[in-house]
Design a protein around this ligand. Structure first.
Ligand code: AMP
Length: 225
């Protein structure tokens, strides 16, 4: 295992696909200088780069199922070895299984760290199908939605002014239902795991993006004080 950096704050965003983990993690990155670590983004980059891990993960991701713990942990431990994580991290989409949660505890323990807070974004499943099916992203990483978050000027990114957008191959209604199933079977039990450790926070994530951000920011200020 590679050396783990000292990480001052370790936040985990838990929640089903569409709960807003990526959007909120990017906001926490901007507001608190944390580093967003998304295993989904790391895996999609591996698919595009055509690495061995990416080749093995591609079909599993397109089917809406979970990539093996072995692949995900290898990718995440490489990322945790980079120096920027010393600023503090917000994990988005990781851990997703009890094996991953245990491995994260071990990585952190090697650096004398532990999870600061695991924040569960609580939402209605049915609404998630609509949320995920309409979403798309600018190449700069800014996320949009056909109904809930349109750019101020149609076709132009609010953040970078770019006009190239992409939609994920797994953001269609059938795959979202499979991803929700995987979430409830394998990831939702982690809510009780972190509750048992006394680090669980729950927030209602059905309101506006700005409202959720404010609730989240209040928690981050409290747990990092
Ligand atoms: P996400 O971008 O977090 O919605 O992840 C997209 C897809 O990548 C998931 O549906 C899984 O196939 C895979 N994936 C991302 N993170 C993990 C993880 N921690 N464990 C297993 N599979 C993952």
């Amino acid at each position: 295992m590679k050396d783990v950096q000292t990480v001052p704050v370790v936040l985990i965003l838990l929640g089903p696909p569409g709960a807003g983990k990526g959007t909120q993690a990017r906001m926490l990155e901007e507001e608190f200088g944390l580093v967003q670590l998304s295993t989904g983004d790391l895996l999609r980059a591996a698919v595009v780069a055509g690495t061995e891990a990416g080749r093995r993960a591609k079909a599993v991701m397109e089917a809406g199922q979970l990539v093996s713990d072995e692949i995900v942990l290898a990718i995440l431990s490489d990322r945790l070895a980079q120096p920027d994580v010393a600023r503090g991290i917000v994990l988005d989409g990781f851990p997703r299984t009890d094996t991953q949660a245990g491995a994260l505890d071990s990585f952190l323990a090697e650096a004398g760290q532990k999870v600061t807070a695991a924040i569960s974004l609580e939402v209605d499943d049915e609404a998630m199908v609509g949320r995920v099916s309409g979403r798309y992203t600018c190449t700069c990483g800014e996320g949009y939605h056909d109904t809930f978050k349109k750019p101020a000027v149609a076709g132009t990114c609010d953040r970078c002014g770019g006009s190239e957008f992409k939609r994920r191959a797994d953001d269609n209604a059938d795959t979202v239902r499979e991803r929700l199933r995987a979430y409830h079977a394998q990831t939702a039990p982690l809510i009780a795991y972190y509750d048992g450790k006394g680090v669980l926070e729950r927030i209602d994530a059905m309101g506006s993006i700005a409202g959720i951000r404010d609730r989240l920011a209040a928690i981050v200020r409290r747990v990092s004080a």
